[in-house]
Design a protein around this ligand. Structure first.
Ligand code: UD1
Length: 371
């Protein structure tokens, strides 16, 4: 059986790494059988900066990709179309039995669509999540990818409901837990040895970690300016660490508002996987608009404020440590100061976020996806 897994952007790498490891384990456990899995990795190049891509391959012990498509940045249409044109060549040459995609980035939908038109079956890992906000490019990618996928692996129970409501047959849907949490657990010993806090001059448990990169927050001058003022206010109470995404960095310079950030806000380049896990684990509070960080903070039991109007990961608010506060920064400031004053949201770890999702996926692939 030949499977091609697709990675494109930063949030994909830590999801494919445990699947690659689980496939290697399957092959060594079944070395006497004729059915072995040949696993190829195709990197579309949607993210290409060393700090957005290469460092993750090193941290996550991923092999060099078998294919690198080098598509780079562009408009949504350009990026999606370039991935499709290049990925089609790979599929025609390799003729895989299955294409495995993760998450909701442009590479996810581009590769799914390309495979489907060639009648190659699609596995979607992290299926079923819905923000119900069609202005998010990721929501469009999620809905369309799920609609054409053959095997849908779900991280939380809301995903099962969403897929049922959209008419996806139950027998194609599998609740397996979360491969991203497999990575968080697997690398915990390394995360605990990270010395990133020394490098940044902060103390464990006494800083606020910030990530902001959603177009709805950072592509508009006035909302980005308001966010900077908000961070400066939080910076009066605790040191703020702000590893900055290229989109946000570009916009700060484009709008000429770089200098508004005060000295309590420590700006850094994007940070590699292990060091970033250490920052999440050791933060007193996280302020974010990311999807995955909502889940990682729930896993580590760290307080999280999400500056978005909707979340496709409701379990993180229902039982985790996440609070969804929209873009009302007054409310966010009050909640942040409350948390820093000791008013904490209790949380627990969602069902099946136990580090074994990738092994479940590989077992199901070998049982169900028979050719
Ligand atoms: C993408 C995903 C988003 C995910 C995010 C994580 C889509 C639609 N969005 O958003 O879901 O949360 O990745 O980071 O797929 N850039 C660089 N270097 C890079 C990559 C990007 O400088 O290595 C800059 C370019 O100016 C580019 C911009 O960042 O135009 C945005 O990159 P893009 O991949 O289009 O989207 P993200 O905002 O990163």
């Amino acid at each position: 059986m030949k499977i091609i897994s697709v990675v494109g952007a930063r949030p994909n790498f830590m999801k494919v790494a445990p699947i690659h490891r689980a496939i290697k384990k399957y092959n060594s456990d079944h070395s006497n059988l004729t059915t072995q899995i040949s696993h190829l990795i195709c990197h579309t190049g949607q993210h290409y900066d060393e700090k957005m891509s290469k460092v993750f391959f090193e941290d996550l012990e991923l092999p060099k990709p078998d294919y690198y498509l080098g598509v780079g940045s562009g408009s949504h249409a350009e990026q999606t179309a370039k991935v499709m044109v290049e990925f089609e060549k790979v599929l025609l040459y390799e003729k895989p039995d299955l294409v495995l995609v993760v998450g909701d980035v442009n590479s996810t939908i581009a590769c799914s669509l390309t495979a489907k038109k060639l009648h190659i079956k699609i596995i979607h890992v992290e299926a079923g999540l819905r923000s119900f906000d069609m202005e998010m490019p990721e929501e469009i990618n999620r809905i369309l990818t799920d609609r054409i996928s053959d095997y849908l692996f779900v991280t939380e129970k809301s995903g099962i409901e969403n897929l049922k409501n959209e008419g996806i047959p139950d027998e194609n849907v599998f609740f397996v837990g979360h491969v991203m949490i497999d990575s968080a657990k697997y690398y915990l010993p390394k995360t605990e040895k990270s010395i990133i806090h020394n490098d940044l001059g902060i103390d464990k448990g006494e800083f606020v970690l910030v990530t902001l990169h959603r177009p709805s927050n950072v592509d508009n001058k006035s909302s980005l300016k308001k966010l900077i003022h908000f961070l400066n206010t939080i910076g009066e109470k605790r040191k703020v660490v702000f590893p900055i995404h290229p989109r946000t960095k570009n916009n700060l310079s484009k709008f000429g508002i770089n200098e508004l950030l005060n000295e309590n806000v420590i700006l850094s380049e994007p940070i590699g996987y292990i060091d970033f896990q250490a920052l999440i684990k050791n933060a007193e509070l996280i302020i974010t608009d990311s999807g995955g960080i909502q889940e990682e903070s729930t896993f580590y039991g760290v307080q999280c404020i999400t500056l978005r109007n909707s979340t496709e990961r409701p379990i993180t608010c229902e039982i985790g440590t996440n609070q969804l506060l929209g873009t009302d920064l007054e409310k966010a400031e009050k909640t942040a100061l409350d948390v820093l004053g000791g008013n904490l949201k209790e949380g627990s770890i969602p069902d099946k976020w136990d580090g074994n999702a990738a092994e479940r996926i590989v077992t199901i692939i070998m049982e169900k996806c028979s050719l």
